[in-house]
Design a protein around this ligand. Sequence first.
Ligand code: B12
Ligand code: SF4
Length: 484
Amino acid sequence: MKILFINPAISIEEPDAIWASSLKHNLFGKMSFIPRAAPMVLAAVTPPEYSFTYLDEDIDELHFDKVDADLIAITMMTVQAKRAYNLADEFRRRGYPVILGGIHASSCPDEAALHADAICVGEGENSWPVMLDDFAKGRLKKFYHAKDYPPVTKLSSPRVDIVNHDSYSVFPLQATKGCPYHCDFCCISFSSGHKYRTKPIEQVVAEIKELEKYNTGILKKRYNFNDDNLYVDKEYTIKLFKAIIPLNIQWMGMGSINTIQDEEVVKLMAQSGCRTYAIGFESISEENLQEAKKKNSSVAEYKKAAQVLIKHGIIPAGYFIFGFEHDDMDSFKRTIDFAIENRIINPYFNILTPFPGTQLYERIKDRIFDWNWSHYGSLKCVYQPATLSPEQLVAGSYGASREVARLDILKNHLKYFWSHGPWEKNPKLKFKDRLFLIILALKIWGKKEQRKFLLWAAFNSAATDTYQIVATVTFYDMAKRFVV
Ligand code: B12
Ligand code: SF4
């Protein structure tokens, strides 16, 4: 029995969407950011008698006429739903049975059911093997509800061999699932639940060792912890970081500000290879945090959080949301200033989006005017905000994204990191690293500013960390697309 598992491309429905284009092409060619975890996890719990092929539309072209499969499986976030439904409809028209799953299928199962033979609601580790068995026996049901979140021992290690890692910039990892908090815009309640589940640490270490086999390029790839909130159980986190130290990898992760409150943990985090940590700041207004029920955060601690990360050699990144009830025209400028002053080198500015199934959705659903799911990627305004017009919100947010990514500002940040904290003790770029940057600069000859930036870094005697230099210019390149 042959399974074809598809990750639908947003770019097909929304060719101009910023995320879409950045996923399909980055500055240096056709390379997506990170492979999806769901197919790797589900392939791992697929019985060996099934063959499992993965097609990521962000990378590979789908040719319906060449498909050789008995069953089509499609994953979807809300922003991918339109493409997922179009794919599912076309496959069913051609006689293929289709199963849909993922966060959007879990939040809108009845809608998804109009386009598929079966829907997986919730996590798939337990349901997927049952679905396959039912399918093989000709008794596939319409809905499969994950009764519970899989217990710790069932957090399967992904089958990393089903992905062509050369097509992606980072490796995905997941040590924990869930988050105890209840921020009202977050999908956590139905994505992974409020109970914090941790994978055995030896299992995480084994997964990294497996992925390292694919880390063979000139530029060592980094890992991204996909965990919802990496720091909830202090004891576990400390053990995890200690176990990673000998592996000598570099990683990025995200979590709430609690992570930074314990400097001992930040120190270990840095020792274990963390180079960038994204904090879910969300807003620099206390009133907005209260509105969003973001109870584990306080604006008063933000500055210190960024400083502590930098002190230990970790670059602070951050997630921000514009569009809360207390945001006004001044919020953009205040947030830009905050990000620049605190050297948040990669601030991601999202527009508040009421994802179905969230508390936020229930709270403002009568103000939603745009029901096109392709617009639910946090970069469009789909509801009427309280104090701003939708156009002001989008323009303000895009303007902020461009402003924080100005090349003079990014250069300043890098120069600061290169000369402060543990960074100054880091090995400076070697001849081969500098040559690598020069070759990249030549590769993007037509992009003058980006080329100049790479050459500036290549010839800067203080420069360290090739990966960060490349990531920074890629961030700039992406921010240039934020035009209204
Ligand atoms: C890593 C991550 C990213 C990465 C990679 C994207 C990805 N989808 O892997 C990046 C940085 C690229 C990213 C980007 C975005 N992300 Co994101 N991301 C995550 C994060 C933190 C982890 C995803 C993950 O790996 N989960 C682990 C896997 C195993 O879980 P899963 O995909 O849900 O799959 C399980 C089940 O859903 C089910 N399943 C899934 N598919 C299928 C298919 C079948 C057939 C079956 C049977 C079962 C099944 O089984 C799986 C195993 O249990 C989640 C939060 C979360 N908890 O999921 C947010 C999350 C998915 N992202 C979100 C959003 C909004 C975005 C963006 C649209 C916006 C933004 N500005 O961040 C962009 C979109 C760009 C894009 N198309 O990727 C929202 C999605 C909300 C929604 N309703 O759509 C989430 C839920 C965050 C949140 N808390 O609100 N993201
Ligand atoms: S702390 Fe982060 S992961 Fe947890 S509920 Fe809030 S936004 Fe979601």
